[in-house]
Write a protein that binds this ligand. Structure first.
Ligand code: NAD
Length: 487
């Protein structure tokens, strides 16, 4: 143990940046706190423009060799990173739960296996990536995905390692080098990832991890002229600042942002299924960008839907996320809790009725909440809360359902519960959303395009879309008769 190590449930985590294959400490630190009980986990190196510049320089220096590394070798190393994640899965799970308060059982069984899969999937996809050559008047067109250079990847706290590796894996597979900046509330698993990647044989400088506040290190990263791509997952206001900063060099951006997604429940739906989908929206204490937080329910079944929803939600257990029996853990931060409660109390003051919840609980927990009697143009219907707070509105017919569903500035996802396939086809065709689920929720394949419409995002990642973003896609046209001086 050194002064730069903290220990979480017996797991040692280095609190310094990882730059050019070395641990680098800042003179300043910030305090990392567990949302489970408010306990201090430790002091983390707090980066500034100086560390940003060092990380970009390291990524730039490492780029030519990594870009020239054959695809098969890059893929082999990424599989070795996945092996390392699997070997340390229990450690990653408990550290992540302690740092962000999400359920340990989800980290063990869903999230961390998915982290390993991120590396395996993009390693394998890289090996399949090709576009068939085609001819133009006897000339051959050849499409290639060329590595672009250093990529800045900035991630939020609600699913830290999963969202980070969903960017890190394709960026590295593409032959780029990376500067990862995890959220300041959840920096720990990114530091463990740096250890795992080094052990797996990823060359120094190919992956760099810097920590700190967006306002202090962010601009220096996103406005740096040597950065070739910026991929950001987080909130809309931050995205606007990043877009302005990236505009200085016209650096290409991928933005995965917030949402206010609807769940449409038609009278012809399997109501038990619809209620199951609805209760799922409390997962991760409501801190899920894709969450269907606006229930739109056909009038004739609204009362019955609400009755069944209340019964089912009443069975959820809220408490310590390390406990296997817990369904809903704490919210990330006291500041976030105050924000959530502010939304709810303003909605109630404006006439909303809390069918369940509507208040804080002890510690950093918020009672699962369902609000009715909410106006379409009200703050609670239009703004992302990012907590266990859902609203219910009714509609009379399909046209009204679609109109309400599309009437926000977001367009990340939508979920439709209906027993009629023709209705499903009609409705999904009209919904403005990057992802639409019909009679299901959160089924996500890494080869599918992922992203948001309107202010929920810019661009798509996933499968080939990820390589399209992280690479300079090139078309080389060769004439049939230019070889006369050869041999
Ligand atoms: P946030 O925007 O506050 O912060 C996200 C990251 O940006 C953090 O790492 C932060 O340090 C950094 N940052 C802040 N200011 C910066 C600046 N000026 N320059 C560069 N970086 C800066 O978001 P959050 O509160 O951490 O996350 C919650 C938000 O993320 C919600 O809106 C949620 O919907 C969204 N989200 C979206 C997706 C998706 O895939 N669409 C997934 C998860 C979360």
């Amino acid at each position: 143990m050194t002064e730069h190590t903290l220990t979480v449930a017996g797991v040692a985590v280095d609190t310094r940046h990882w730059i050019g294959g070395e641990r680098v400490a800042s003179t300043e630190t910030f305090t990392d706190v567990s949302p489970i009980d408010g306990s201090v986990l430790g002091e983390i190196s707090r980066g500034t423009a100086m560390e940003a510049a060092a990380a970009v320089a390291a990524a730039k220096a490492a780029f030519p060799a990594w870009a020239a590394t054959p695809r098969a070798e890059r893929a082999r190393i990424l599989h070795a990173v996945a092996d390392g994640v699997e070997k340390r899965l229990e450690e990653l799970a408990i550290v992540e739960t302690t740092d962000n308060g999400a359920l340990l059982r989800s980290h063990r069984r869903g999230v961390m296996p998915r982290v390993a899969h991120n590396f395996r999937f993009f390693a394998d996809w890289l090996l399949k990536l090709e576009h068939e050559d085609f001819e133009t008047r006897g000339h051959t067109n050849h499409v290639s995905w060329d590595p672009a250079g250093p990529c800045v990847l900035i991630t939020p706290w609600n699913a830290p390692l999963m969202l980070a590796t969903w960017k890190v894996a394709p960026a590295l597979a593409a032959g780029n080098t990376v500067i990862l900046k995890p959220a300041e509330w959840t920096p720990l698993t990114a530091s463990l990832l740096a250890d795992i990647a080094a052990e797996a044989g990823l060359p120094a400088g190919v992956l760099n991890v810097v920590q700190g506040y967006g306002s202090e290190i962010g601009d220096a990263l996103t406005s740096h002229p040597d950065v070739r791509r910026i991929s950001f997952t987080g909130s809309v206001p931050t995205a606007k600042r990043i877009a302005a900063s990236a505009a200085v060099n016209l650096t290409p951006l991928s933005l995965e942002l917030g949402g206010k997604s609807p769940l449409l429940v038609f009278a012809d739906a399997d109501l038990d299924l619809a209620v199951d989908l609805a209760v799922e929206q409390y997962d991760n204490a409501g801190q899920v960008c894709l969450a269907a937080t606006r229930f739109l329910v056909q009038e004739s079944v609204a009362e019955e839907f609400t009755r069944r929803f209340v019964a089912k939600a009443g069975q959820l257990t809220q408490g310590d996320p390390r406990d296997e029996a817990t369904d809903i853990g704490p919210n990330i931060h006291l500041r976030q809790l105050e924000k959530i409660d502010g939304f709810v109390q303003r909605a109630i003051a404006a006439g909303a009725r809390a069918v369940i919840g509507g208040h804080r609980k002890d510690g950093q927990y918020y009672a699962p909440t369902l609000l009715t009697d909410v106006a379409q143009d009200s703050e609670i219907v239009q703004e992302e809360v990012f907590g266990p707070v859902l609203t219910l509105q009714t509609f009379s017919d399909e046209d009204e359902a679609v109109r309400l569903a599309n009437d926000t500035r977001f367009g990340l996802a939508a979920t439709v519960a209906t027993g009629d396939p023709e209705r499903a086809e009609r409705v999904t065709a009209q919904l403005v959303a990057g992802t639409v689920w019909v009679n299901c929720f959160f089924v996500r394949d890494l080869q599918a395009p992922f992203g948001g419409s309107r202010q929920s995002g810019v661009g798509r990642e996933g499968g080939t879309w990820s390589f399209d973003f992280y690479c300079d896609v090139k078309n080389t046209v060769t004439a049939p008769n230019g070889w006369r001086n050869h041999g």
